[in-house]
Design a protein around this ligand. Structure first.
Ligand code: F6R
Length: 611
């Protein structure tokens, strides 16, 4: 949800900023802009993607050693050249980029309008900047002081980077609720929404916390709180390599990430699961294992694909641990005044670790005494830091906007937690525990097997790409997979798709079925298989086209369906990690066949840092 980049140091700032913005485009891409300190502030901005901005400023003098850049996901004001960031203040001496929402901007705007200010854009950001400028002018203070005073009046979420024409080598940065990383170089500093813009320059970073303000110069980083007290920056080492954020020969990040899954699931299990010794080692869970074992209920909060992982985990935890699980949309949970008791266990699931609703949901629950466990991909992210314990998913950077490898890694982590707790509780006897440990251990290899169907799935995509709607159905562990398959298709190809529990179909959606409706069944062999077969028959009887994900050797289903995609046999608890993969590929190939920008689908952003 908006990407921000900054640089100050001896190098040329513009190429660093542009490259950084391209890496952050997954966060938003409806307009782009840069501000450079080049004998005064020079601002270049344009509606559209980063490449579009580059084309329009060819031949301009872009020389600068300090600058900021922004790629936008619109909140206030439509995507346009005017609404693109950076914004400049009324005097033209200050420039700002912003990720987040200033909730009380209309009140601030009114105050400024009463003082004679007028605004070029429709954004909350321009209001904030002029509010800061007004304080600077009135209080006769420097920009740092003005920002500090202004932020005490502001409600909402933000990361802001500001330039002041009179301090050409300094960037002022502040954060609340949106991510900010500062990379420490030799005589230079890099700023970003995540570490990707700075990976080739430094491995030393500082994750700025909420209500902190940074004064960033080439050879100095000063961190303060809003009370003006100096803080010691906590420098951490990055363990991401540059290759992890490049396409590596694939046409799209999404495809690369789908194909990475055998490795990412393996990376997630590595060092934790020992299928020979029969152990699962997860220190961030072990600390709270007793509370989890005795929990009367576990609440899982998440959004989107991560919510689907939570829903799958509900089935797994209830089966393996016999603990009641409630799965909550973070956006509903945070506003519903939910009943939370001291000691309740909340599991927050998030790829980015920055999703605003999930973050606030756990902060609220924490304040009521709950134990918060994070299942998060991005190391050092806000949700990871706000959690008491938990486990990283180790899937590596996920750049394609549609989540793929994060989902399977989340399932791998959640399955390990459930196995561990279920065994410790005595719900799982040793035999079943060892069987499931081995089944989990085999998932990466089986996932590689599934990926071999790629050409067949591509051919199916060609066949069905012109459908207007799709229905996705599944039961039990495969019901959340059906939801996830439908979500992938709609976000990547813009085809309307709905996911339903297969049996629920009779209570309404069956009215949609005719010879033009492809119905995707997730129909691997499990406890409910016979029932799913009956549901397939019901669709066939109404001339629907059935595409089914089935288990290797299931000749009955094969004979019944129009098209099948085969996955290897696996315990039903592990099946979602395999059956989701063909659905990711189907969505991908349909999206590509329809000419969609699958890595950057319209209106979406990877990291939803506004509510
Ligand atoms: C779907 C997708 C989104 C995210 C959701 C939560 O492909 O990417 O639905 O799953 O925005 O994001 P995280 O997991 O980062 O909290």
């Amino acid at each position: 949800m908006c990407g921000i980049v900054g640089y100050t140091g001896p190098r040329e700032a513009y190429p660093i900023i542009i490259k950084g913005l391209k890496r952050l485009e997954y966060r938003g891409y409806d307009s782009t802009g840069v501000a450079l300190q080049n004998g005064g502030l020079k601002v270049f901005k344009k509606k559209g993607k980063v490449a579009g901005l580059e084309d329009t400023i060819v031949g301009k003098d872009l020389h600068a050693h300090t600058g900021i850049g922004h790629t936008r996901w619109a909140t206030h004001g439509e995507p346009s050249d005017i609404n693109a960031h950076p914004h400049t203040s009324a005097s033209g001496k200050l420039a700002i980029i912003h990720n987040g929402i200033i909730e009380n901007y209309s009140q601030l705007k009114q105050e400024l309008t009463n003082k004679g200010y007028s605004f070029k854009s429709d954004t909350d950001t321009e209001v904030l900047l002029n509010f800061i400028e007004e304080i600077k002018k009135n209080n006769k203070c420097d920009l740092e002081e003005a920002v500090r005073i202004a932020l005490k009046r502001v409600t909402g979420a933000y990361v802001i980077l500001l330039l002041d024409e009179d301090k050409p080598d300094t960037i002022i940065a502040a954060r609340k609720g949106s991510p900010l990383v500062i990379g420490i170089g030799k005589g230079e500093h890099f700023l970003g929404s995540d570490a990707s813009p700075m990976l080739e320059y430094t491995k030393e970073v500082v994750y700025v916390n909420d209500y902190e303000l940074a004064i960033v110069k080439p050879d100095e980083l000063i961190l303060k709180n809003l009370g003006n007290a100096k803080l010691t920056p906590y420098i951490q080492k990055l363990d991401i390599e540059l290759a992890a954020i490049e396409k590596g020969g694939y046409d799209h990040f999404m495809l690369k990430e789908i194909f990475e899954q055998p490795q990412t699931i393996y990376d997630c299990l590595r060092g934790r699961l020992d299928a020979v010794a029969g152990t699962i080692t997860m220190s961030g869970i072990e600390q709270y294992a007793e509370q989890i074992r005795h929990a009367k209920r576990i609440v899982m909060v998440a959004c989107g694909t991560s919510w689907h992982a939570a829903l799958t985990a509900e089935y797994i935890f209830e089966e393996l641990c016999r603990i009641n699980v409630e799965v909550e949309y973070a956006s509903e949970f945070r506003y519903r005044n939910p009943v939370i008791h001291r000691g309740d266990v909340i599991i927050a699931i998030s790829q980015s670790g920055e999703t605003a609703d999930t973050l606030v949901a756990i902060e609220n629950a924490k304040a009521k005494g709950a134990i918060i466990l994070g299942v998060v991909n991005v190391v050092g992210s806000s949700i990871a830091r706000a959690s008491h314990g938990g486990a990283y998913t180790h899937a590596g950077p996920e750049i394609g906007v549609a989540s793929t490898k994060a989902f399977t890694a989340q399932l791998a982590v959640l399955t390990m937690i459930a196995l561990k707790i279920g065994h410790e509780k005595g719900v799982l006897d040793d035999d079943r525990y060892m069987h499931l440990l081995n089944e989990l251990y085999e998932v990466p290899e089986k996932c590689a097997w599934v990926l071999k169907s790629k050409d067949h799935i591509k051919a199916l995509a060609e066949k069905y790409k012109d459908a207007r709607d799709f229905l996705y159905l599944g039961r039990g562990y495969n019901f959340p997979v059906a939801l996830e398959g439908a979500l992938k298709l709609k976000e990547i190809s813009y085809i309307h798709a709905e996911g339903y529990p297969a049996a629920e179909m009779k209570h309404g959606p069956i009215a949609l079925v005719d010879e033009n409706l492809p119905v995707v069944f997730v129909a691997t062999k499990d406890t409910y298989h016979d029932k799913v077969i009956s549901n397939i028959q019901e669709i066939k009887a109404r001339k629907g086209k059935v595409i089914a994900v089935i288990t290797d050797g299931d000749e009955i289903s094969k004979a019944l369906c129009d098209d099948v995609i085969i996955v290897p046999e696996a315990d039903e608890i592990m099946a979602p990690m395999l059956s989701v993969v063909p659905l990711q590929l189907l969505a991908y190939y349909i999206g590509v066949a329809r000419g969609c920008d699958v890595d950057k689908p319209r209106n979406l952003a990877k990291s939803v840092t506004v509510e």
